[in-house]
Design a protein around this ligand. Structure first.
Ligand SMILES: Nc1ncnc2c1ncn2[C@@H]1O[C@H](COP(=O)(O)OP(=O)(O)OP(=O)(O)O)[C@@H](O)[C@H]1O
Length: 317
């Protein structure tokens, strides 16, 4: 499988605040890769760096390669072209992909402006894609403005818009958080169906480990801006080795028997102050298994299988 996305030692900081620290990851053609972590661990900052659009004032280092081309090393014009041609993004707020006062049809046709197809063919392709993502009566939906569509329909339209340009890399940043549970299940089902026919790489960024377990091939667990564990979805979900991954799983609603809890458990403690990251393991202050070396020395990256690795003093190879 060819590597579509290759990230090497990527760091992003806002002044003294280190939001993303030395992240390395890959996504190959046909693969769905999940990046999971709780709020504030650096997911959005990482997502912005993956598309070469960091927030103003952020400082970036490292490499983000899209099919070999280093996004961070090229001038803005090159990045813009790459984003338009080869990378598409699905945001939590589907409205951010659209102009609210233009019809959906006009926008879906315009998104294909680089295509050699006629206007009529682009229209037909847009309608077919809307049907594919489950919009009832796509012909009618094409004539509607976005504010006339329901939240679920907008999210489906945003997915259709992203796929219309056949991107090599599709990045979904918290694609389901804004939706209710039933709709979330439908969207997951849809993305799962699409992965079999879409041959690019899909990267899904979420705080919800259940999404990752159901949808992804491989998972990276992010804590305090670092990848603390990586592995296949099966390894991460059923045989987590990092205490933070274990804690995330214990908090996941999918692991709780229906009706058994009133409030979701949360991981006790809070993220460290990232303007002064701890000298040892960043998770040690919240870790029930921490020993003194965990507080003093940076943890080693321990390879536990061909595909699984954890950043932890307590994990045996
Ligand atoms: N534009 C910014 N300027 C300064 N600090 C920022 C900026 N954006 C994010 N941060 C800080 O960087 C850290 C990581 O934030 P980020 O939004 O990337 O995390 P996240 O995991 O996406 O969180 P959430 O799920 O709540 O969006 C946080 O401490 C946050 O306060």
């Amino acid at each position: 499988m060819s590597e579509i996305l290759s990230v090497e030692n990527l760091s992003l900081s806002y002044g003294p605040l280190q939001a993303v620290r030395q992240v390395s990851l890959t996504a190959r053609a046909g693969e769905v890769v999940g990046i999971v972590g709780e709020s504030g661990c650096g997911k959005s900052s990482l997502a912005s760096a993956l598309i070469g659009l960091p927030p103003e004032g952020a400082r970036l280092s490292g490499a983000v390669r899209i099919s070999g081309a280093d996004l961070l090393a090229m001038p803005e014009e090159g990045r813009r072209r790459l984003r338009g041609d080869r990378i598409a993004m699905i945001f939590q707020d589907p409205m951010s992909a659209f102009n609210p006062v233009l019809t959906l049809g006009a926008q879906l046709i315009d998104f294909q402006h680089r295509s050699a197809l006629s206007r009529r063919a682009r229209q037909a392709k847009a309608e077919a894609m809307l049907a594919r993502v489950g919009l009832p009566d796509p012909g009618l939906a094409m004539q509607r403005c976005l504010h006339e569509l329901s939240g679920g329909m907008r999210q489906r339209a945003a997915i259709a818009a992203a796929l219309l340009v056949s991107p090599e890399l599709l990045i979904a940043d918290e694609p389901t958080t804004a939706l209710d549970v039933t709709m979330e299940a439908q969207i997951i089902h849809l993305l799962r169906g699409l992965r079999d026919e879409y041959h690019g790489a899909i990267v899904i960024i979420t705080h919800h480990l259940g999404v990752v377990g159901e949808l992804c091939d491989r998972v990276y667990v992010l804590y305090a801006g670092e990848v603390v564990e990586e592995g296949t979805a099966d390894e991460i979900y059923h045989n987590p080795r990092h205490p933070y991954t274990e804690a995330l799983i214990a908090c996941d609603p999918a692991h709780l028997a229906p009706g058994s809890v009133i409030r979701l458990p949360v991981i006790a403690g809070r993220l460290p102050d990232m303007t002064r990251p701890p000298e040892g393991c960043a998770f040690a202050p919240r870790c029930a298994r921490a020993e003194s070396r965990c507080h003093l020395q940076p943890p080693p990256r321990v390879q536990v299988s061909d595909s699984q690795a954890a950043l932890c003093h307590r994990v045996a190879p």
